[in-house]
Design a protein around this ligand. Structure first.
Ligand SMILES: NC(=O)c1ccc[n+]([C@@H]2O[C@H](COP(=O)([O-])OP(=O)(O)OC[C@H]3O[C@@H](n4cnc5c(N)ncnc54)[C@H](O)[C@@H]3O)[C@@H](O)[C@H]2O)c1
Length: 254
């Protein structure tokens, strides 16, 4: 089960955290993995880890928010069986203290970045007779979180984008789903704690861990396992859905 042998997978942001775990797992399951990364060095580290374990990996330096760069990378790759739109950035703030620049940057990466990859991959998937897409949303798209104005809004767009693509390309054999993690322990989390709560890192880490009723943050491997299921042939009846993976965050937090 969950064999990806012979499939070409593109994972954006595969140099770190969840994207890295997905890249490593997909390669272990037989996929030829293409990591599309802003941070070339980080992408290369993931690719080396994959090759060291006997897998196939390539790194493409690109900023997902730049359509010309994204299209050029996908032209180079050719066949795309799996696309994981994972690259994303965080932002802390409410509507009053979120600047226009910050709002636009979050949207450029989290929303336009996913659109750019879909724009490049979908025609290829159609031409080859199908494909599968997983978009990384967040529980922030479904519950009101304090000080996540721009971020939550961007993930709400991912939720809706997933439905739109799933609907439009049913007949083309393209499945499209999203994953909504609660807090997952990655450099993304460590980075924004350090940036926004300097001096209170341990306290905030413990608070963020407790906000999942299960009592801890998720691990990138746990998200990768769900992504593998959704991208595998075993999930052939699954499209147009969001999958929370949240330690009970959405339903058990009362
Ligand atoms: N970690 C969490 O708690 C959590 C929870 C819910 C959703 N998510 C989502 O999961 C995804 C991955 O998060 P993570 O925690 O693994 O993050 P991370 O910061 O550890 O990794 C993100 C990767 O994306 C790359 N990236 C950033 N901007 C890019 C761009 N413009 N073009 C190409 N690559 C770019 C970075 O270089 C980095 O390697 C994000 O979309 C995030 O919103 C994370």
């Amino acid at each position: 089960m969950f064999d990806l042998t012979g499939k070409q997978a593109v994972v954006t942001g595969g140099g770190s955290g969840i994207g890295k775990a997905i890249s490593v797992l997909f390669a272990r399951q037989g996929a030829e993995v293409h990591i599309l990364e802003l941070n070339l060095e980080a992408g290369q580290h993931t690719a080396e880890e994959i090759r060291h374990a006997g897998g196939q990996a390539h790194v493409h330096a690109a900023d997902v928010s730049q359509q010309a760069q994204v299209v050029a990378v996908f032209q180079q790759i050719g066949r795309v069986d799996i696309l994981v739109n994972n690259a994303g950035i965080a932002h802390i703030g409410n509507v009053e203290n979120t600047t226009e620049t910050d709002f636009e940057r979050v949207f450029q990466v989290n929303v336009k970045g996913a659109y750019n990859c879909l724009f490049a991959a979908v025609p290829q998937m159609k031409a080859q007779g199908g494909g599968v897409i997983v978009n990384m949303a967040s529980i922030a798209a479904q519950v009101g979180l304090t000080d996540r104005f721009a971020y939550s809004t961007s993930k709400g767009a991912i939720f809706a984008m997933t439905l739109s693509v799933a609907r439009d390309y049913l007949a083309a054999g393209i499945r499209c789903n999203s994953i909504s993690p609660a807090r997952v322990h990655t450099p993304f989390v460590d980075g924004f704690i350090a940036q926004n709560y300097a001096g209170h890192e341990d306290e905030i880490f413990a608070k963020l861990s407790r906000s999942q009723p299960i009592g801890r943050m998720g691990q990138p491997d746990e998200i990768a396992a769900l992504a593998l299921y959704l991208c595998s042939d075993e999930a052939s009846f699954v499209t147009g859905c969001d999958y929370p993976i949240d330690g009970g965050f959405i339903k058990l937090n009362s």
